[in-house]
Design a protein around this ligand. Structure first.
Ligand code: SF4
Ligand code: SF4
Length: 81
């Protein structure tokens, strides 16, 4: 029996995000980056980068939820499976 890696994905509400980037710093797989476009409040929101990820290890979101837990603005929803 092989152990499959857990799968997850996140959705960031860009207009709730205040650009503190705590989520960027905690994601163990470096899947969150900073957007180049500002939101309606003038902040540059975090964005989920897995689809465009070119990191060498090809790391995927595991749904660990560390990003959502650390977000002070409850801007991140985590989906598993
Ligand atoms: S932790 Fe929340 S508020 Fe801070 S950058 Fe990430 S999504 Fe935005
Ligand atoms: S759920 Fe975990 S692996 Fe997925 S983006 Fe958030 S911190 Fe990274």
């Amino acid at each position: 029996m092989t152990m499959e890696a857990k799968k997850g994905r996140i959705v960031i509400d860009c207009n709730l995000c205040k650009g503190c980037y705590l989520c960027v710093s905690v994601c163990p797989n470096e899947l969150i980056a900073i957007s180049t476009e500002s939101n309606e409040k003038g902040y540059y929101p975090a964005r989920f980068t897995e689809a465009k990820s070119k990191n060498k290890k090809d790391l995927k979101c595991t749904g660990c939820a560390m990003c959502a837990v650390v977000c002070p603005d409850i801007a991140i929803e985590v989906y598993r499976g």
